[in-house]
Design a protein around this ligand. Structure first.
Ligand SMILES: Cc1cc2nc3c(=O)[nH]c(=O)nc-3n(C[C@H](O)[C@H](O)[C@H](O)COP(=O)(O)OP(=O)(O)OC[C@H]3O[C@@H](n4cnc5c(N)ncnc54)[C@H](O)[C@@H]3O)c2cc1C
Length: 321
């Protein structure tokens, strides 16, 4: 018996969510009294397996086919390993890639799939928790099946850090060469090569900035702090920053050490993307703004007064705006 978790990598690196998957998968395996197996498909599988060898993983299966994600390769590899291991649970990240292959695999294996799971409890069957209505309501479902698949929301479980002693096995999947899809390369939507999910410090700006002409102020603060600039959705909707900078439910889920929310109210759809930050600092004129419910530190003041002072404090020069 095992729990089978599918790791994810991009541009030659194991993604953080894969280490969160180890933590979630181990907990599920413990609840069920089973082993935890990981599968990694494509790219530098041996290097990835070495990285993924974290405490709690029993076996890492590698399928050395292709480089980046390909729907046909993943579905075939997972289905064949599933047939071999007969796992109780198939666990994947709730990522763009997994939301591509997991429904197809679940359909093909005739097992139920629950997506975007934020918590679970297993005791024979499994009970999973999801959010609804933009995070306002949590709903718990009983999954009444012997075998099932779940996708876990990124940033809900801590990353597994300790090195483990998993067995690493090459799995000889029989991949049909006629995949139906080919991968021509990788291009980040929204332009630029900034990945805000990898940043340690984020300076994030919201509608409080008022006008695009005022953006250099927060860009200067980000520079002075060695931080990356991100934003709430209205800034992206206005076309002031590209989509790859948006934090939130329909943007990216970020887990920086420090998140500085400037002129951001803290709507649930925004908070869904940044509540996993270690330390949250808010600058907002409204003392009742919801962002203060989750902020560790707050400055209730006008950002046009506070940000220039912070820039100066950290050795930068506030622009004239
Ligand atoms: C389906 C759906 C998905 C969504 N997805 C996302 C998402 O992924 N990410 C996201 O961010 N939003 C998302 N939204 C939008 C979300 O509901 C909010 O509208 C949005 O987050 C508000 O952005 P904001 O905080 O920048 O603006 P506002 O809510 O307008 O807040 C601006 C804040 O700035 C403060 N302020 C104003 N002037 C100053 C000043 N001079 N100094 C300091 N503070 C000042 C105000 O007090 C206020 O709190 C989504 C909505 C829907 C319906």
């Amino acid at each position: 018996m095992t729990v089978l978790a599918v790791a994810e990598h991009r541009r030659g690196e194991v993604r953080d969510v894969s280490f969160e998957l180890v933590t979630a998968g181990r907990r599920l395996a413990d609840d069920l009294g089973t082993d935890l197996s990981l599968l990694v498909v494509g790219g530098d599988v041996d290097g990835f397996a070495e990285d993924l060898n974290r405490d709690g993983v029993d076996t890492i299966y590698t399928v050395d086919e292709g480089e980046e994600f390909n729907h046909g390769v993943y579905t075939q590899a997972i289905e064949q390993l599933h047939a071999e291991l007969d796992p109780t649970a198939l666990v994947t990240p709730n990522s763009v890639n997994a939301l591509d292959y997991a429904p197809a695999v679940a359909e093909s294996l005739d097992i139920p799939l629950v997506t975007d799971v934020i918590d679970f409890e297993a005791d024979g069957t499994v009970e999973v928790t999801r959010e609804q209505y933009g995070g306002k309501v949590e709903t718990t479902y009983d999954v009444d099946a012997d075998q099932y698949a779940i996708t876990i929301r990124p940033a809900e479980w801590p990353k597994a850090e300790e090195t483990g002693d998993a067995a690493i096995e090459a799995f000889d999947a029989d991949i049909d060469a006629d995949l139906g899809t080919t991968v021509n390369g990788f291009e980040e939507v929204g332009g630029g090569d900034v990945d805000i999910t990898e940043a340690d410090v984020l300076v994030s700006i919201g509608r409080g900035i008022e006008e695009e002409e005022n953006l250099p102020l927060v860009e200067e603060l980000a520079d002075a702090l060695g931080a990356t600039l991100s934003s709430s959705r209205p800034i992206v909707d206005n076309g002031w920053l590209p989509k790859n900078r948006q934090v939130g439910q329909s943007g990216k889920v970020v887990t920086p050490d420090i998140y500085i929310a400037i002129g951001i109210s803290g709507a649930v759809q925004h908070v869904a993307g940044m509540k996993g930050a270690d330390t949250i600092v808010a600058i907002n004129t409204d003392p009742n703004a919801p962002i203060y419910d989750i902020a560790d530190y707050g400055i209730v003041d006008d950002l046009f007064e506070v940000v220039p002072e912070l820039i100066e404090e950290f050795g930068g020069e506030a622009p004239d705006i």
